[in-house]
Write a protein that binds this ligand. Structure first.
Ligand SMILES: Cc1cc2nc3c(=O)[nH]c(=O)nc-3n(C[C@H](O)[C@H](O)[C@H](O)COP(=O)(O)OP(=O)(O)OC[C@H]3O[C@@H](n4cnc5c(N)ncnc54)[C@H](O)[C@@H]3O)c2cc1C
Length: 455
């Protein structure tokens, strides 16, 4: 059977791989890079860096079990799969679902094209806590407000989710065979040309190790040493207080069941009060991630259009290329904002609180469209994720389903005093002397309130 890897780049707790193992079928794994099918959101530059290294790690793990990962660049996933089926004689293709509306539609088309040739596409749920569409409010409508959504989701989690066993696809291979398989797979991954020719991305390797092994280690580290302090430490950009699991989760290097199995007993109080409080707060972040997936499923154009129709007029934001470029380059002259944009540029990641601060400045004080910010994040974040990014930007722009009310405008200076009182974060990331502030915070706040009031 062919397994079509997408955003499930791991061997353990992988529902499709566990199913193949249960059928006692042999495994032919493949990865197909077809960015045109992901338009208008093909993977950005930082994502492609992660993908390159995550695929390399996966290929090496598969080679250790005597299995070769086959990677292809293709205009059509369906045609590429048909070719692989023809060459191998396989009549079943497995994959773990993608929930982004464009990709779910693509998968339906692929299934139809394969069926035409007598080949079955077998899809499995993965990367979510509850399939979008299954969690509705009392009126049988999608939740648009987070708190009741998270409460209902929580009730479904009382029993741990079914966990697929750790999968070892085949017998361990001899070392020469392993080296040869990994070398062939690496050559195919290189031919995908995921990495930009200019080696700007080399700096990312000082901050991240993509792949299943480091994802599992990062989770372990977080649960053992940071969960108890998480409720307070998660707000401090200078402290390593959050899990930094977002890129691992986006690429499916970790199954949610691997997080929930140790988390649920802590939520129930088994580890003491501090662990329970940490687990509760952490669960809420996973619920935000889930909420984002459900919203994008129910409102498929919310990656492009405000969820709140009141803001469809488009008069709130203006095209301002010079101001946008200054914001992107971390030259706004506002220390916390410039530090955040520098952290993003250097490391491919930004602390959540600072994401909110830079987003508020862009959409409210500078009156630039949230999609401009979403596109910049898309290209520069290693954790760029369509559901989370769309939700985050709509939330901060005040135009989403359960958005920060429009009159909530973050003041970067007050935020810096509260969350970076010793300037550790700003000193770490602001290497250049500050430019003159590009905007008067007080005046632009008043102007934003006026614009939003008029809608
Ligand atoms: C404007 C804006 C854009 C964003 N874009 C993205 C994005 O492209 N990809 C992305 O993964 N997150 C995005 N976020 C959400 C959040 O900032 C990151 O998930 C978080 O900073 C990742 O760090 P962590 O793994 O240490 O998080 P932790 O605090 O350890 O949280 C654990 C996990 O919960 C999820 N999570 C946490 N906060 C949120 C949230 N607010 N919304 C949805 N899921 C959340 C993530 O998967 C995260 O890995 C965005 C937020 C904003 C305000």
């Amino acid at each position: 059977m062919i397994h079509w890897f997408r955003r499930d780049l791991r061997l353990a707790h992988n529902p499709a791989l566990a199913w193949i193992e249960a059928q006692q079928a042999s495994l032919l794994p493949c990865y197909i890079h077809a960015p045109e099918e992901e338009a208008p959101w093909p993977p950005g530059a930082a994502s492609r860096w992660w993908l390159h290294h995550s695929l390399t790690a996966l290929a090496s793990d598969l080679a250790a079990h005597g299995v070769a990962l086959q990677s292809r660049r293709a205009a059509s996933s369906a045609l590429s799969l048909l070719e692989l089926c023809r060459a191998s004689g396989a009549s079943t293709v497995t994959a773990n679902r993608r929930y982004e509306p464009t990709l779910a539609a693509r998968d339906r088309q692929v299934a139809a094209q394969l069926a035409h040739h007598g080949i079955t596409l077998q899809l499995f749920d993965d990367g979510i806590l509850c399939p979008p569409g299954e969690l509705l409010n009392r009126q049988q409508r999608p939740y648009r407000v987070f708190t009741p959504f998270a409460a209902t989701l929580r009730q479904r989690l009382i029993t741990p989710p079914a966990t697929a066993p750790a999968t070892a696809p085949a017998a361990p291979s001899r070392s020469e065979q392993r080296v040869a398989l990994a070398a062939t797979a690496e050559a195919e991954i290189a031919a995908l040309h995921l990495l930009d020719p200019h080696p700007w991305h080399q700096r990312l390797q000082h901050h991240w190790r993509p792949g299943e092994t480091s994802a599992t280690a990062a989770l372990q580290r977080f649960l053992e040493s940071a969960l108890g302090d998480y409720p307070a430490a998660r707000e401090i950009p200078a402290s390593p207080g959050t899990s930094r699991l977002s890129p691992h989760l986006h690429f499916g290097e970790l199954a949610l069941s691997q997080i929930l199995t140790p988390l649920l007993p802590l939520l129930g109080g088994e580890g003491g009060a501090a662990a329970a409080a940490g687990a509760e707060r952490f669960y809420l972040q996973l619920a935000w991630r889930e909420f984002a997936r459900h919203l994008l499923h129910h409102y498929p154009d919310s990656d492009q259009k405000p969820l709140n129709p009141r803001f469809h007029t488009g008069t709130l934001w203006h095209h301002q290329p010079a101001a946008l470029a200054a914001w992107q380059r971390g030259r706004s002259g506002i220390a916390l904002v410039d530090a955040g944009m520098a952290e993003l540029w250097e490391s491919g990641w930004m602390h959540n609180r600072v994401r909110m601060v830079v987003g508020s400045l862009l959409t409210k004080n500078l009156a630039i469209h949230w999609l401009e910010g979403a596109r910049w994040f898309w290209d520069t974040l290693v954790d760029a994720d369509l559901a989370n990014n769309s939700l985050g930007w709509q939330w901060i722009a005040g135009c989403g389903a359960d958005a920060a009310p429009y009159f909530r405008i973050f003041n970067p200076e007050t935020q810096a005093q509260r969350f970076d009182p010793e300037q550790r974060y700003r000193n770490r990331w602001c290497q250049l002397p500050l430019a003159t502030p590009m905007v008067d915070l007080k005046q632009s706040r008043a102007a934003a309130l006026d614009r939003y009031r008029r809608g």
